[in-house]
Design a binder for this molecule. Structure first.
Ligand code: NAP
Length: 497
C-alpha cells in the first residue's frame, strides 16, 4: 500500500494543521460527499478531532445504489472461483498491512493496539478468506421422489444488499457482514459507524488495490439516523444485515419489515458468566478478566453479570478484585490492558450507571471512576475497570446493557437459581459456564436462553458455527452456512420424471 495510506494512520495527526478527510468509496472511486458537508472524528484517547468523514446524504446513497445496481449482473455472474480469488487478494492485503491497520483501529476506537493486532485485524482477514473459500464448497439440496419428480434447490444472490456495522469491533464486524454478501454474489452498500470510520476507509483503498470491480462494494460514511436510515428505506435494497444496539435494531425492523426485506439483526447482550465451585479456578479467573474487560467491556459477548456459587463467592471476590487491580490503564498505543472507551457521551453513560449503583447502596469493590492519563492522553475517555457487588438481579445495572468496563457479581445457591438469574433479562446473546461437571454443563446449556453457550471458555470462535442471539439480542443467525443462506434466495426447481 502506498504513501497516502501510511499518512493516514500515523499517530499524532492532530499536529497536522488540517484534519484529514476520509472519503466515500462509490463506484470504485474515493469521493467527497455531494453535499460538501463533513463530520468531525475524534480520537477517544486524546479527545481531539483528528479526521473528518463525509456527512453523506440520500444523494450519495443514490450514487452508491446506481453503482451497486450496475455492477450486480456481472458480479452475480462471475464464477465463484474468480470472486474468491479477488476476495483472497483483499484478505492478503489486510495481513500485509496488519500493523498499520491495528494502529488505525486503536487510534479510532481507543482500544489497546495489542488487542487490535491479535484480534480485530487478523479476524478481519479471516472473515474475508473464510467466506472466499466457503463459497467454493457450498452445496445445495436435491429431493428425489422415485418415479415422480426430481427437485433441486438453487441458491441465488439477492441483489443489492445493505450492511450496517457498529463501532466496538469496527473492521472485524464490517468484514463479517460484507464477506458473505460479496462471496454469495451480491453487491453491497455498507455503512460503518460514524464513530469509527477509519479502517473501513482504509479497507476501501485495499479493495481498489486488490482489483475489486467498481460498484461491487460501496462504502458510504455518515450519520446513522440519516444515511443508515436512507439505506434501510431504499426500495432497491433487498436485505439488511445489521449489528448494533437493540434500540436501533427496532427502528430498522420497523422500517424494513413492511417493505418485506430480508433482515439479520445482531443486537445487544447482558450476558451471564456462571461460575461453579468445581471449576478450574485459575483458568476461570484468567478468562473472566478478559470476558469482563476486553476492549473496555465493549464487546457484545462480554460477560457483564458474574453469577457465582455462594460457597466460593467471597473467595471469588477477593481473587478477582486482586487481578482487576493489576490491569494497566493508559495510552492505547502502548502496552496496556485497558484503553479509552469510545466517546465522551458513552463514557458519561457508563459513569451514570456507576452513580446509579452507588445510589442504590451497592458496594463498588474496585474502580468506579474516570482516570486521568498524563501526557497526550490527558483529555481521553478512560475509566477504571469496575466491579460492583450487592445489587439485586432485577435492578437496572443487571437488566440493561452498560457496554463498558463494569461488571456486577451475584451469588446463587442452586442450579435452578443460577438459570433463573441468567435467563432473567430481555437479552439472550451469549452465556458462559464454568464447571468440571459435564452432565451439569450439558443440562444447563440446553436450558439457557442464549444463542451461544461457552463451557469453560469465552470468545472461542469457529467461523463455521451459527452466531446470533435470542429474545432482544437479535433475529437470525450469521456465520458459516447461515450467513451464505441469508445472503442468497433459495429457489426450488421441480422436474417431472
Ligand atoms: P448503534 O448505535 O445501534 O449503531 C450501529 C450502527 O447503526 C452504526 O453504524 C450506526 O450509525 C447505525 N445506525 C444508527 N441509527 C440508525 C438508523 N436509524 N438506521 C440505520 N442505521 C443506524 O450501536 P453502536 O452503539 O454502534 O454499537 C453498540 C451496540 O452494538 C451494543 O448494543 C452491542 O451489544 C451491539 N453489538 C452487537 C453485536 C452482536 O453480534 N450481537 C456485536 C457488536 C455490537 P452511527 O454510528 O453513525 O450512528
Amino acid at each position: 500500500m502506498g504513501a497516502p495510506f501510511l499518512f493516514w494512520v500515523l499517530r499524532g495527526m492532530a499536529d497536522i494543521a488540517l484534519p484529514m478527510k476520509l472519503l466515500n468509496y462509490i463506484n470504485g472511486q474515493l469521493n467527497e460527499p455531494l453535499s460538501g458537508k463533513w463530520l468531525n472524528n475524534i480520537e477517544p484517547a486524546t479527545g481531539l478531532v483528528y479526521s473528518q468523514i463525509p456527512d453523506s446524504t440520500a444523494e450519495d446513497l443514490q450514487a452508491a445504489m446506481e453503482a451497486a445496481s450496475a455492477a450486480y449482473p456481472a458480479w452475480a455472474a462471475t464464477e465463484a472461483a474468480e470472486r474468491s480469488r479477488i476476495m483472497l487478494r483483499i484478505a492478503h492485503l489486510i495481513e500485509e498491512n496488519l500493523e498499520l491497520l491495528a494502529q488505525a483501529e486503536s487510534q479510532d476506537n481507543g482500544k489497546p493496539v495489542g488487542l487490535a493486532r491479535v484480534m480485530d485485524i487478523p479476524r478481519a482477514a479471516a472473515n474475508i478468506s473464510f467466506f472466499a473459500t466457503a463459497i467454493l464448497h457450498q452445496n445445495t439440496e436435491t429431493h428425489y421422489n422415485q418415479g415422480h419428480s426430481l427437485n433441486y434447490t438453487l441458491r441465488q444472490p439477492i441483489g443489492v444488499v445493505g450492511c450496517i456495522s457498529p463501532w466496538n469491533l469496527p473492521l472485524y464486524l464490517f468484514t463479517w457482514k460484507i464477506a458473505p454478501a460479496l462471496a454469495a454474489g451480491n453487491t453491497v452498500i455498507a455503512k460503518p459507524s460514524e464513530i469509527t470510520p477509519l479502517t473501513a476507509f482504509l479497507f476501501s483503498q485495499l479493495c481498489i488495490e486488490a482489483g475489486l470491480p467498481a460498484g461491487v462494494l460501496n462504502i458510504v460514511h455518515g450519520r446513522g439516523g440519516q444515511i443508515g436510515q436512507a439505506l434501510t428505506e431504499h426500495p432497491k435494497v433487498k436485505a439488511i444485515s445489521f449489528t448494533g444496539g437493540t434500540a436501533t435494531g427496532k427502528v430498522i425492523a420497523a422500517t424494513a419489515a413492511p417493505m418485506f426485506k430480508k433482515l439479520s439483526l445482531e443486537l445487544g447482550g447482558k450476558n451471564p458468566n456462571i461460575i461453579f465451585a468445581d471449576c478450574d479456578w485459575e483458568d476461570m479467573l484468567n478468562t473472566t478478566i478478559r470476558s469482563s474487560f476486553a476492549n473496555q467491556g465493549q464487546i457484545c459477548l462480554c460477560g457483564s453479570r458474574i453469577i457465582v456459587e455462594r460457597s466460593v463467592y467471597e473467595r471469588f471476590k477477593t481473587d478477582f478484585v486482586a487481578r482487576v487491580k493489576q490491569l494497566r490503564i493508559g495510552d492505547p498505543s502502548e502496552d496496556v490492558n485497558i484503553g479509552a472507551v469510545v466517546s465522551e457521551p458513552h463514557m458519561n453513560k457508563i459513569l451514570g450507571y456507576i452513580e446509579s449503583a452507588r445510589q442504590q447502596g451497592a458496594q463498588i469493590l474496585t474502580g468506579g471512576n474516570r482516570v486521568q492519563v498524563p501526557g497526550r492522553c490527558a483529555n481521553g475517555y478512560f475509566l477504571e475497570p469496575t466491579v460492583i457487588d450487592g445489587l439485586g438481579a432485577d435492578c437496572n445495572l443487571n437488566q440493561e446493557e452498560i457496554f463498558g468496563p463494569v461488571v456486577t457479581i451475584i451469588a446463587f445457591d442452586t442450579v435452578e437459581e443460577a438459570l433463573d438469574i441468567a435467563n432473567g433479562t430481555p437479552y439472550g446473546l451469549a452465556a458462559t459456564l464454568w464447571t468440571q461437571n459435564l452432565t451439569r454443563a450439558h443440562q444447563m446449556a440446553e436450558k439457557l436462553d442464549s444463542g451461544i453457550v461457552w463451557v469453560n471458555c469465552w470468545l472461542v470462535r469457529d467461523l463455521r458455527t451459527p452466531f446470533g442471539g435470542v429474545k432482544q439480542s437479535g433475529v437470525g443467525r450469521e456465520g458459516g452456512w447461515e450467513a451464505l443462506k441469508f445472503f442468497t434466495e433459495a429457489k426450488n426447481v421441480c422436474i417431472k420424471l
